[in-house]
Ligand binder design. Structure first.
Ligand code: ADP
Length: 600
């Protein structure tokens, strides 16, 4: 017997997103599922009254009770339906919010970890197919409750029927018919469960298929430009044809299970219905209950057998869904293990923050090689440090360690003589304004983007935008700082080019006014003129802050106090531009000459 441990765990988590939803839904099911029972009950009463030639008034009363009762159930059902819908919206909203919150609260190394990314992607993709995961669990649980409530209602009436029969003398035909009904029900249950298992397995395979189709479609539409030049269309169409064949095969299998395999279950449920008619007809003629009850009891028995079968079918669906719930829970179980210190970062108006890397080495999780090895570097307040080196030499990793997105594998980073791990993490992050290469702007008003907050200081925000050279474009913006970026949430939003977006990201970094400003290839999307403009101004803009620049273009870094040259994860040279150029054997000289030859 399966214990549904994963479902129980996932349910507790899901239920916590809105604890009102399931009680409300249960109440709704209890209420609305009364309709068929009430209708059958009242129909039986009316038929019996007709058979017994009751007065017009009595008949009218029965019809009135039936109509009013149905109206009452209907109105109550509609009111409850509204409450349930609202609760469901809240539940779904909170579930999505909890998922996003989990993602945002992950340690950065976990967030970047390919396995964690894969897990997150799987959860999203699973939800596209048959809503596998928590939504599928909700469907199954709601169906289970529905079937159980129906079985409960039927059982009450079944007991009533048996007690009426028990008042009569023993009849072997009745016993035989009852055995036949039970046999048919068991048969239906077995067939339904087997169908459930087979169908679940087929759906699971169809899930994989749908994912592949989806990825193919996504990938193809994204590579629209490449496909024109490299004639990729034929390859994609070939894969698409194969997927279509598989699709057809799989769906005919699902249809086969749906129709062909369900025929025996349909036949056995009809056989049980026939036996029910015979059994109830028999006891009716023997005088156990009035003629109208034939309708009632046959109807109840039909609902009972059908719901028992569906209950088992749903249990097997719930079991199939458990593997998707495991993926979901695995994501929520990821623990953050980055050390969180409590030392308060001194709020120094003189911005006296000195940083020292002491024998720092770093290896990405899952990687064999060190991305940084034995880094020793001192950074004094107000300094301008340029970090240069070829692609993959470790420049970005160095910055990510400095900002504590990762902790060193070996060695320590100190700020004002304390290991940076000891500082309060949020306060430490507040010291840095960083523009990474893969910065992200929000599809929100420009003011929100520059200030990174719900409100903004308009004068300061505008000043920053002008300083980074966004002024001309800003003047064209219809609603100035209120202008939405992109059109995701606002039809009147504006699209910005890569260079313009980079300028906004620079303005955001300046607006933050943190003691450290770090620019990782800040001008990669800018044209050479804009780049030169920014660099010539930046020294002035940055003022007394400590600034670190990473740039491919060595000419941009000439003005820096200190240049650290990275090569294969190590710092191979440190010095000013002039000092470094004197060493004609050095890496800097080699890089400088390589670039100078392009410009020559
Ligand atoms: P740079 O900024 O100089 O181009 P990086 O710091 O990005 O170099 O990369 C340094 C090394 O670390 C490279 O070998 C790169 O492949 C590796 N690396 C960078 N990011 C990751 C990551 N998230 N996981 C594993 N290896 C990484």
């Amino acid at each position: 017997m399966h214990n549904y441990k994963t479902t129980r765990r996932a349910f507790r988590l899901y239920h916590s997103y809105n604890p009102h939803y399931f009680p409300l839904r249960l109440f709704q099911i209890l209420f609305t599922n009364l309709t068929p029972f009430f209708t059958l009950w009242m129909s039986a009463e009316i038929v019996t009254a007709l058979y017994e030639k009751k007065t017009k008034e009595e008949l009218f009363l029965l019809v009135a009770i039936t109509l009013c009762g149905k109206l009452f159930i209907h109105v109550m059902g509609a009111i409850l339906g509204r409450c349930v819908d609202n609760a469901l919206k809240q539940l779904e909203h909170n579930e999505a919010a909890a998922f996003n919150k989990k993602t945002l609260s992950l340690d950065y190394d976990k967030l970047e970890n390919p396995e964690v990314r894969h897990l997150r992607r799987k959860i999203v993709e699973n939800s596209w197919i048959n809503c596998y995961g928590v939504t599928n669990m909700r469907w199954c649980l709601e169906n289970l409750i529905t079937y159980l409530v129906n079985i409960l209602y039927c059982s009450v009436l079944f007991v009533e029927m048996v007690s009426l029969i028990a008042k009569l003398s023993f009849d072997i035909r009745g016993i035989l018919l009852l055995v036949a009904i039970v046999t048919c029900v068991v048969l239906t249950v077995v067939i339904q469960s087997r169908c459930g298992k087979k169908q679940a397995a087929a759906w699971e395979r169809s899930g994989d298929l749908l994912l592949r189709e989806n990825r193919l479609g996504g990938g193809y539409s994204q590579s629209g430009m490449d496909s024109r030049f490299y004639k990729q269309q034929a390859i994609v169409e070939q894969v698409d044809r194969e997927l279509s064949k598989e699709h057809k095969r799989l769906y005919s299998e699902i249809n086969y299970i749906d129709f062909a395999l369900r025929i025996p279950s349909y036949l056995s449920s009809k056989a049980s219905e026939l036996c029910s008619y015979l059994l109830i007809g028999l006891y009716c003629t023997l005088g156990a209950f009035p003629v109208g009850s034939v309708i009632k009891y046959v109807g109840y028995l039909g609902i009972l057998t059908n719901n028992i079968g569906m209950l088992f079918y749903t249990l097997s669906s719930l079991k199939t869904n458990e593997q998707f719930l495991e993926t979901y829970l695995e994501y929520f179980d990821i623990q953050n293990d980055m050390y969180q210190g409590s030392l308060s970062v001194e709020k120094r108006s003189d911005k006296q923050f000195d940083i020292e890397f002491k024998n720092v080495s770093f290896r990405y999780s899952g990687s064999e090689d060190f991305a940084l090895k034995d880094i020793n570097l001192n950074l004094k307040v107000g300094e301008r440090l340029a970090v240069v080196g070829q692609n993959g030499s470790g420049k970005t990793t160095f910055i990510k360690l400095l900002c504590r997105l990762y902790d060193p594998t070996e060695g320590e980073i100190h700020m004002n003589d304390f290991n940076v791990r000891k500082y309060d993490y949020r306060q430490y992050l507040d010291l840095f304004s960083v523009v990474f290469q893969d910065y992200n702007l929000l599809a929100m008003p420009l003011g929100n983007n520059v200030a990174s907050s719900e409100t903004w200081d308009a004068v300061k925000a505008e000043q920053m935008l002008y300083e980074v050279g966004f002024g001309e474009r800003y003047e064209e913006m219809p609603k100035k700082l209120e202008t939405s970026l992109y059109k995701n949430f606002d039809e009147e939003g504006v699209n910005v080019s890569g260079g313009e977006a980079q300028k906004i990201a620079l303005a955001r970094a300046l607006y933050k006014d943190a003691p450290f400003i770090i620019l990782d290839e800040p001008t990669a999307a800018l044209d050479p003129i804009a780049e030169a403009e920014i660099y010539s101004k930046f020294d002035e803009i940055v003022g007394d802050k400590t600034a670190i620049y990473i740039s491919h273009r060595l000419s941009s870094c000439r003005f820096c106090d200190k240049i650290a040259v990275f090569d294969q994860g190590r710092i191979v040279q440190v010095g000013t531009h002039e000092e470094l150029l004197t060493n004609t054997e050095g890496k800097y000289y080699e890089l400088w000459n390589a670039q100078a030859s392009y410009y020559a």
